[in-house]
Design a protein around this ligand. Structure first.
Ligand SMILES: [Ca+2]
Ligand SMILES: [Ca+2]
Ligand SMILES: [Ca+2]
Length: 415
């Protein structure tokens, strides 16, 4: 059964009905309510808005074993890990999960019995590489003489990320400098999968929202799906693409839990995709004098070399403060896990073991803890942990006066 929420309709009427046919002495139309976290993008068609509202219901749907949950899983709903401060957001450390692989990047393989590097913490299965201790997975350190490399992931917010699909490849590539041709110490190369140039995931390992819906369905919840093509689709999936953990995009995912596959109806999958795709970005606050000084410092010391303030898109400028590119963040942040297909480059490794996508900074003050595994409790701690290509810029940050640092933080907190 479909539940049609009509939340968006009064808003549409404000936009559509406040136009020119009111008499000149009528009370002015009320100011449109400023966008809140969790709102849909303005300007959606009625069809898109309806899909978004249905998707919102599915995003918080709790799957159970009888509706397909498992056999292995980390959580029972998308909202479990995307709820802070409101649905669609990030999560605290207790929702962290492990990613792991056998061997050193790039010659890594998934742990036997698992569809991807994502390690489900709960379930009903024992394999040679992990055993269920109580309900919690215990990872082994080595497998068949090879090391098992593991790292944690902390959730990321989804507000505005759907806009990344509307940024042209050329706009992303304009900032790439895989061989550091301009010798500023910053490379930047794109990630990707067989469907195309990467935009999503902490290693830019995915090209589109469809994939980053079907993969968590399978890897985090054990929910099987068939590929979705059609309504509101902006990215066509290449034949034979092999998404992390989901077989190929043109193939169904399946499991053996006794619940008929697919465990989510195709129309529901489309609606779930629409929810992520159409979540509006966080809205910045107006800058005061301190914020304006902080903005200037942010550019002057080189933060903008990676946290590029704005990328153009077919839905207007996307002010996410990321280049969507991969950067080597040094040995301390490196996790040794290879995700996706990085841009070929003679001097870079052919894997992403020490690279991460520049984290977007819009709304950053609301989405701690920070960095890929949430190891930084504060924005300032996150900055101080930047290494590798960002080491000289971190040094410039530590050389700032106390006032300059405070201004920079005011700026970041306004985003
Ligand atoms: Ca299942
Ligand atoms: Ca460069
Ligand atoms: Ca099943």
């Amino acid at each position: 059964m479909r539940i049609h929420l009509l939340v968006g309709v009064p808003l549409l009427c404000v936009v559509a009905c406040s136009g020119g046919d009111s008499p000149p002495d009528a009370a002015p139309a009320p100011e449109p309510r400023p966008l809140q976290l969790g709102d849909p993008l303005p300007g959606l068609t009625a069809e898109e808005l309806a899909a978004f509202e249905r998707g919102k219901v599915l995003f918080r749907k709790r799957f159970t074993p009888s509706t397909g949950l498992g056999p292995l899983f980390n959580a029972t709903s998308c909202e479990s890990c995307h709820s802070k401060p409101v649905m669609g957001g990030s999560a605290d450390l207790y929702r962290n999960f492990y990613v792991a692989a056998i061997g050193e990047a790039p010659f890594q393989s998934n742990l036997p019995g698992l569809p991807s590097q994502v390690i489900p913490a709960f379930g009903t299965m024992n394999t040679p590489v992990f055993s269920l201790e109580g309900e919690r997975v215990e990872l082994v350190q080595t497998f068949a003489g090879s090391p098992v490399v593991s790292a944690q992931r902390n959730s990321v917010p989804l507000f505005g990320v759907g806009l990344f699909e509307f940024i042209a490849n050329a706009a992303i590539l304009a900032n790439a400098d895989p061989e550091d041709a301009n010798a500023d110490g910053i490379s930047g190369r794109h990630g990707g999968d067989a469907a195309g140039l990467g935009r999503f995931g902490q290693k830019s390992q995915s090209n589109n929202v469809e994939f980053f819906t079907r993969a968590p369905l399978k890897n985090q919840m054990g929910i099987t799906s068939n590929p979705f093509r059609g309504v509101a689709g902006t990215v066509s999936l290449a034949h034979g693409m092999a998404p992390q953990g989901s077989g190929t995009p043109n193939a169904a995912t399946t499991d053996n839990d006794g619940v008929p596959d697919p465990e989510i109806a195709p129309s529901d999958l489309g609606d779930l995709i629409a929810f992520t795709r159409f979540l509006a970005p966080p809205q910045p606050r107006a800058l005061d004098a301190a914020g304006k000084r902080g903005e200037a410092t942010f550019a002057a010391i080189g933060c903008t070399k990676c946290h590029v303030p704005e990328l153009p898109s077919s839905r207007g400028p996307v002010r996410a403060f990321t280049d969507l590119l991969l950067h080597d963040m040094g040995p301390e942040l490196a996790d040794g896990i290879n995700f996706g297909i990085p841009q070929a480059s003679p001097s870079s490794p052919i894997h992403t073991g020490s690279e991460f996508r520049t984290m977007p900074l819009w709304g950053v003050s609301k989405f701690g803890p920070y960095l890929h595994d949430g190891r930084a409790a504060t924005i300032e701690a996150a900055i101080l942990l930047h290494g590798g290509e960002a080491a000289t810029i971190r040094a410039a940050f530590t050389a700032l006066t106390g006032d300059e640092r405070a201004d920079l933080l005011v700026f970041l907190e306004s985003l």
